[in-house]
Design a protein around this ligand. Structure first.
Ligand code: ZN
Length: 224
């Protein structure tokens, strides 16, 4: 540790994004206790039930870094990367996701779920892009933000039931540069996947471009 980072760690101690404890020497991103007790998912687990319900045979796999149970402390991490201006934390989650899936993840291009431009300007970043950047760094699979765009500024889906989620998000994305995904195995990245309504809307925009197949990855998989 150099003198500047030593001073800055005293002035601005890094806190665990899950429990809020100040990180001590040797701890990175999470405190040891949260790291040990976190609900990491098994990288071999494919969430077949969710995939089956989506009724789209082009979806090959769904992987997640961890399983999120409603109300669990891990929500603090998800809020931090989405609402608390923590793009670097989102990137770190992407790096962890990339390492978690390194042996499993195959594809030609990584496509993060876009935010509506108005929402992105307000937030200053898109957490899914930061996650994609981290995954790309580890796996060396390129990512692009140009294949699809969000054209409908939808409200947050968290209070919606399954049917409402699909209805709200339907038609929310439009195809951008089709050549990026034509004939490609596409890896779609979102921060949280619940019913899969958002990724299905993104897929329907991308299928027009003739993408070969889709793998879905996320930081947190949750169920309604
Ligand atoms: Zn902690």
């Amino acid at each position: 540790m150099n003198i500047i980072s030593a001073i800055s760690s005293i002035l601005y101690p890094t806190e665990c994004p899950v429990c809020g404890a100040v990180l001590v020497k040797g701890e990175e991103t999470f405190c040891t206790e949260c790291l040990m007790n976190f609900p990491w998912s098994d990288p071999d687990f494919h969430y077949h039930d969710t995939i089956l319900k989506l009724k789209n045979s082009n979806i090959k796999n769904l992987y997640s870094l961890f399983n999120y149970a409603k109300g669990a402390d891990s929500k603090n991490l998800l809020y931090a990367i989405k609402y608390h201006n923590r793009p670097k934390l989102a990137y770190k989650m992407g790096v962890m996701l990339g390492k978690h899936l390194e042996k499993h993840l195959h594809g030609d291009i990584i496509i993060p779920i876009p935010l509506h431009p108005k929402r992105e300007r307000k937030r200053g970043y898109n957490q899914s892009v930061e996650i994609a950047r981290g995954v790309s760094k580890i796996t060396a699979i390129p990512f692009s933000t140009k294949a699809i765009h969000k054209i409908k500024n939808t409200s947050t889906l968290t209070s919606h039931n399954r049917e409402e989620r699909f209805a709200t998000i339907n038609g929310a994305f439009e195809l951008g540069e089709a050549s990026l995904i034509k004939g490609k195995e596409v890896i779609i990245v979102d921060d949280v996947i619940t019913t899969g309504a958002t990724v299905m809307a993104a897929i329907s925009a991308m299928e027009q471009a003739g993408a070969k197949g889709f793998t879905l990855i996320c930081v947190a998989k949750t169920s309604l």
